[in-house]
Design a protein around this ligand. Structure first.
Ligand code: IMP
Ligand code: MG
Length: 178
């Protein structure tokens, strides 16, 4: 199936499930080597990262913990700007080695806000693992040591990523046909 329809748009096959799994395993092995002995806490950012996280974490062989959080935006009562809020962080991360598991870093603004919120909890160190990065759109300076694929600025869907809430369950990653 080389093209799929999601809502009003057509998408073509971009990264196959086989290539995804192969690369995700390589990144997991990098994490196993780098963070051995640190008992990392993996912070999986819902919703988009659920498929990536399930594959990545099954290839993690060092002692570790996994938890799931959300970054929500809301309009502050008296403010004009968007305020980001962390939902679901129940663990104490003080002194911990944290690995954020994210689906895609586009402008990088979500990740930057998240790092700011996490720093307040005094973790020992925070690393970023992202399935995809769009380097051409990055607006902030981020160190992303664990990244599976750098991609162009095209809109993609599948393997956890959605187009208007649909398409997350597609096995492969597809790119929009303009
Ligand atoms: P950022 O703050 O610009 O880095 O935005 C990251 C978020 O935008 C991701 O967590 C996704 O929810 C969404 N996003 C960015 N690019 C895509 C895409 O190509 N497909 C689906 N979602 C995307
Ligand atoms: Mg996301």
């Amino acid at each position: 199936m080389n093209t799929v329809q999601v809502k009003d748009k057509q998408f073509s096959l971009y990264i196959s499930e086989d290539s995804l799994l192969k690369r995700v395993k390589e990144v997991a092995e990098q994490i196993n080597a780098d963070l051995a002995g640190k008992k990392p806490l993996f912070l999986v950012i819902l919703n988009g990262s659920f498929v990536f996280a399930a594959d990545l974490l099954r290839d993690i062989t060092i002692p570790s913990e996994i938890t799931f959080i959300r970054v929500a935006s809301y309009e502050g009562f008296n403010s004009t700007g968007e305020v980001k809020q962390l939902i679901g962080l129940s663990q104490n991360i003080e002194g911990r080695t944290v690995v954020i598991v994210e689906d895609i870093i586009d402008s990088g603004k979500t990740m930057q806000e998240l790092l700011k919120m996490l720093e307040k909890e005094n973790p020992k160190e925070v690393h970023i693992a992202s399935l995809l990065v769009k380097p051409g759109n990055l607006k902030v300076n981020l160190n992303i040591p664990y990244r599976c694929f750098d991609i162009d600025n095209d809109f993609i869907v599948g393997y956890g990523l959605d187009y208007d809430h649909e398409g997350r369950n597609l096995r492969h990653i597809y790119k929009v046909i303009e």
